[in-house]
Ligand binder design. Structure first.
Ligand SMILES: Cc1ncc(C[n+]2csc(CCOP(=O)(O)OP(=O)(O)O)c2C)c(N)n1
Ligand code: SF4
Length: 662
């Protein structure tokens, strides 16, 4: 497996972790900013749409070889997506077979656990960014005396957007000419284009039918090398690269209606039973889909493979009666359809579309599969079909990588030690030294490594079961010894690897295979435990906030002494209570609440605030930090350096020590 990260040193090992990833085929389309592109082409730092309907940066891209079963999941309207069996989709379980759900409870559902009728979620981009003026910039050519100069800016109103729509659908640029090609009968649209070009850019156009006699087309032609340059830059150079400028995608829907009107008049049509838009630009097809969704119209997407001289085409249909009439109203078409909405079709609610699964097939595949780790609170990314989610441990991986990169830690002098659990797969994913030890025993191993080599950067990584269950005794003693190391606990409040049993941090009432009637024990408070045991750096992060988490990990690595970084790292497969969505409204940051990190009593208070507020308020950030001597500073033998670096005592010295201690 290859995990790409922008690092001075490459910290990724290329070994596949076991975490439940959203692995899909390389050609899967991802909704990125400003376009849509195959996942294999997406780069770190690029923005991609998340299940929240907002764009976030890609923190890491993961590729690994998969050999075995793949699931091809088909949904109504948006087509199919192929994924590995454990791929967690953002979905909703269908409650009654032939009836739509009243309530849509979203969860991450593995591809192999989906059934026909369940819903997959596609978020509608909700952000609105209005623009009133659009700057027009072009290269002034002194020799070009024929092109009139253009206004420095134009109003972004319904007129401009309708004109943009006509151009995207029917426009082309030929040297200094801007040509809008229509059918001869579409005189109304030709007149509309002429008056819009005159009003907005002051340009006069003429209609020409200069082609063959049997040709049914007519062109409206404008002469301006300046506007040709502007339009090519804004809307793409050829029919295949045509696109809507990204900033137009955020405009209020009233303005976007103008865009749809112009586009549909150009490349769309209204038939008896459906409206249709055709384009050979894949990016444009995805953008039209999003524009329609923002108008609460669910299109049916259909890709038509290349055949003969015909390029691959994307057909966008609107067939639901209500949607058809809504679109007719927007485009200004008179015909209306009577009838009810199509049963069994998609539902728009809460800023998302719930698309019923219409079929699931399996097939064998051997080759690369891809996944993205997002710098987002919910760790999801959106493909052209639906949103996918990831195990929180990917976020922790990305945060550790970021911290090591920013500190430029020497990987040949770093050791990552783990216990056993999903989270304990971390050492394999890094190209540092590492050891996958025994369940609950990572701290003694890590302590040994540090005491044997005081120059080594030692990082322990494990789960809550590992560290707060079977290994809790070691936590207390390593903390009180103040061993100079960093301990990162991926706290998912469950035993992930063993398929979801109750862990020591599980909340009371949490139902699992091991507590089918709900947990009856109080959850442990790991931060309070660590602070009271003597840990000198105690922090808590969230794998949905990579920026905060990596800075806490950086602080922990730089700190001299024992550092605990507890991380809420949701298990998307087995813990459906403590999800990204559950954490988000409850979490707040201590550094924004003027917390005094040097005050032990206050830190203890903050450490139990989550349980005290019945999990309404969950602080994250640095709880407590103090500088005190480490174990290796105080130990009589180790304070002179690791034993391996000290000269061996001679026979006389050994005898003297024995004599003194008789
Ligand atoms: C001594 C011992 N007891 C039990 C197990 C079985 N076991 C493996 S992982 C695990 C729990 C993992 O949970 P956690 O540490 O929270 O990590 P996660 O998988 O959730 O990341 C258990 C009980 C074991 N491997 N060794
Ligand atoms: S912790 Fe949960 S989501 Fe993560 S790899 Fe393990 S089972 Fe999968």
């Amino acid at each position: 497996m290859v995990i790409e990260a922008k690092a001075k040193q490459v910290y990724a090992s290329g070994v596949k972790p076991i975490w439940c990833p959203g692995c899909v085929l390389g050609e899967t389309l991802v909704i990125s900013n400003p376009s849509a592109k195959q996942i294999q082409e997406v780069e770190i730092g690029e923005k991609v749409l998340t299940a929240e309907g907002v764009y976030k940066k890609v923190a890491a891209k993961i590729v690994h070889h998969h050999a075995g079963l793949m699931y091809k999941v088909r949904v109504k309207s948006f087509g199919a997506i192929s994924a590995t069996p454990e791929h967690p989709f953002v979905g909703v379980k269908r409650i009654r077979k032939r009836k739509h759900n009243q309530v849509f409870l979203e969860q991450k559902i593995e591809a192999s656990h989906l059934s026909k009728g369940d819903y997959l979620v596609f978020p509608i981009m909700g952000e609105i960014r209005d623009m009133t003026a659009l700057p027009i910039s072009y290269t002034v050519k002194e020799k070009d005396t024929r092109s009139k100069s253009l206004p420095a800016e134009v109003d972004v109103d319904e007129d401009l957007l309708r004109l943009a729509g006509y151009y995207i659908a029917e426009g082309s640029v030929h040297r200094r000419e801007i040509i809008f090609s229509f059918n001869k009968n579409e005189t109304e649209f030709m007149e509309d284009v002429k008056s819009l070009m005159k009003k907005i850019f002051g340009l006069d156009g003429k209609v020409t039918t200069r082609k063959r006699e049997d040709y049914n087309g007519a062109d409206v032609v404008f002469n301006s090398s300046y506007l040709s340059e502007v339009f090519e830059k804004m809307f793409g150079e050829s029919a295949e690269t045509k696109h809507i400028p990204h900033e137009f995608m955020f405009l209020p829907i009233e303005k976007q209606a103008g865009l749809l009107r112009g586009m549909w008049r150009g490349d769309g049509c209204f038939m008896k039973a459906k409206a249709q838009y055709v384009t050979i630009s894949m990016v444009l097809a995805e953008q039209v889909k999003m524009l329609l969704l923002r108008q609460e119209i669910v299109p049916i997407m259909h890709a038509e493979e290349e055949h003969g001289m015909h390029k691959k085409a994307y057909r966008i249909y609107v067939s639901d009666c209500e949607d058809y009439n809504k679109l007719a109203e927007i485009v200004g078409v008179e015909g209306r359809r009577n009838g009810r909405s199509v049963s069994g079709s998609s539902i728009i609610k809460n800023g998302r579309v719930y698309l019923p699964v219409s079929g699931i097939e399996t097939f064998q595949y051997s080759g690369p599969v891809y996944d993205l780790t997002m710098d987002s609170q919910d760790h999801t990314f959106v493909t052209n079909v639906t949103a996918s989610g990831n195990c929180g441990d990917f976020g922790v991986f990305a945060a550790i990588t970021k911290a090591l990169t920013e500190l430029n830690v020497d990987k040949s002098n770093t050791m990552i030690v783990s216990g056993i659990g999903c989270s304990s797969a971390m050492p394999q994913t890094f190209s540092t030294y590492g050891m996958h030890s025994l369940h609950g025993r990572l701290l003694p191993v890590a302590s040994g490594a540090r005491l044997a080599n005081h120059d080594l950067t030692v990082i322990g990584t494990g789960g809550d079961g590992d560290g707060y269950g079977i290994g809790v005794g070691h936590l207390i003693h390593t903390a009180r010894r103040n061993i100079n190391m960093t301990y990162i606990v991926m706290d998912n409040e469950t035993y992930g690897l063993t398929t979801g049993q109750t862990s020591p941090t599980a909340m009371m009432g949490h139902k699992t295979k091991s507590t089918p009637f709900g947990a009856i024990e109080m959850p442990i408070s790991p931060l309070a435990l660590a602070i009271s045991a003597g840990a000198s750096y105690v922090a808590r992060g969230f794998s949905g906030d990579i920026a905060q988490l990596s800075s806490l990990i950086k602080g922990a690595i730089e700190h001299k002494g024992f550092s605990l970084v507890d991380v809420f790292s949701p298990c998307v497969t087995f813990n459906h209570d403590n999800t990204y969505e559950w954490f988000r409204p409850r979490i707040y940051k201590l550094d924004e609440a003027n917390h005094d990190t040097s005050n032990l009593v206050l830190a203890l208070g903050k450490a139990v605030e989550d349980a005290q507020t019945n999990w309404e308020k969950i602080p994250t950030g640095l709880f407590y930090k103090n500088e005190r001597p480490t174990y290796e500073d105080l130990d009589i033998a180790l304070k002179n350096g690791p034993l391996v670096k000290q000269p061996l005592p001679g026979k006389e010295q050994v005898l003297k020590i024995l004599e003194e201690n008789r």
